[in-house]
Design a protein around this ligand. Structure first.
Ligand SMILES: Nc1ncnc2c1ncn2[C@@H]1O[C@H](COP(=O)(O)OP(=O)(O)OP(=O)(O)O)[C@@H](O)[C@H]1O
Length: 228
């Protein structure tokens, strides 16, 4: 079943003479439970595409559908809800609240989603456990190593039991040993919990571990490997 489809996506930044076409007609179809790497050189349009697939940005033209529903027809409030309930985000720069504890950081999406009390705590503790950080749950995020911070991000991405995890260079800031651990956690989740994994990466080895590799060049898909 198609989970996300993109049809002829164009994204133009800027106006007039400074206009730039970052995506020039991208179409793709992602099935539930797949792992997909979006690869390409710096400036090729990878992050732009991922932000559009993650409903964080709108295409200038073209259509995104989610579970066969065109996204344009969904109102902003419902869209925010979908993002909160269906998606998890793992980005390179962490975006953690440094002075809050690990537990507080992981509970945040649940707080936004209106889940309260002991249920919120229970779900957050389970996600922290899944990434092997239970012994740090009361530490401030700022007092963790890079790999631990990234694991907090994964726990936060997981806590809502998402259908899709979007990861932008998830191991980009990490040494190779720590990066490998993070990779294992992500692929484990994808396989055991049937989560769809969509990641942007420069790392060829990481991309090769995904079932599909979509290569972007100058805003267009130039090759697709492993497509269903
Ligand atoms: N807000 C913006 N305004 C204008 N141009 C932009 C904006 N964001 C991105 N671009 C341009 O669009 C192109 C694609 O950018 P994008 O961030 O998608 O590339 P990328 O493949 O993710 O690159 P990197 O690997 O370096 O992160 C680049 O040429 C970039 O300069």
């Amino acid at each position: 079943m198609s989970l996300v489809t993109a049809q002829n996506i164009v994204r133009v930044y800027g106006h007039g003479s400074s206009q730039f076409q970052a995506l020039r007609g991208v179409s793709l179809d992602i099935q539930k439970g797949e792992s997909v790497a979006i690869v390409g050189k710096s400036g090729s349009g990878k992050s732009t595409l991922m932000h559009i697939l993650a409903l964080l940005d709108h295409p200038t033209s073209g259509t995104i559908t989610l579970n066969d529903q065109p996204v344009q027809s969904i109102k902003t409030k419902a869209l925010n809800q979908i993002r909160n309930q269906m998606f998890g985000f793992v980005f390179q720069q962490f975006f953690l609240n440094a002075r809050d504890s690990v537990l507080e950081n992981v509970m945040l999406p649940l707080r936004i989603g209106g889940i309260t009390g002991s249920k919120r705590r229970y779900l957050a503790e389970a996600a922290i456990e899944a990434v092997g950080l239970s012994n740090k749950k009361n530490n401030h995020a700022q007092d963790l190593s890079g790999g631990q911070k990234q694991r907090v991000c994964i726990a936060r991405a997981l806590v809502n039991n998402p259908e899709i995890i979007f990861a932008d260079e998830p191991t980009g800031n990490l040494d190779s040993t720590t990066g490998a651990k993070i990779e294992n956690i992500l692929f484990d989740l994808q396989q055991k919990q049937d989560i769809t994994l969509i990641m942007v990466t420069h790392d060829q080895d990481l991309a090769a571990k995904c079932q599909r590799q979509i290569q972007i060049k100058d805003g267009q898909i130039v090759s697709e490997k492993g497509a269903h």
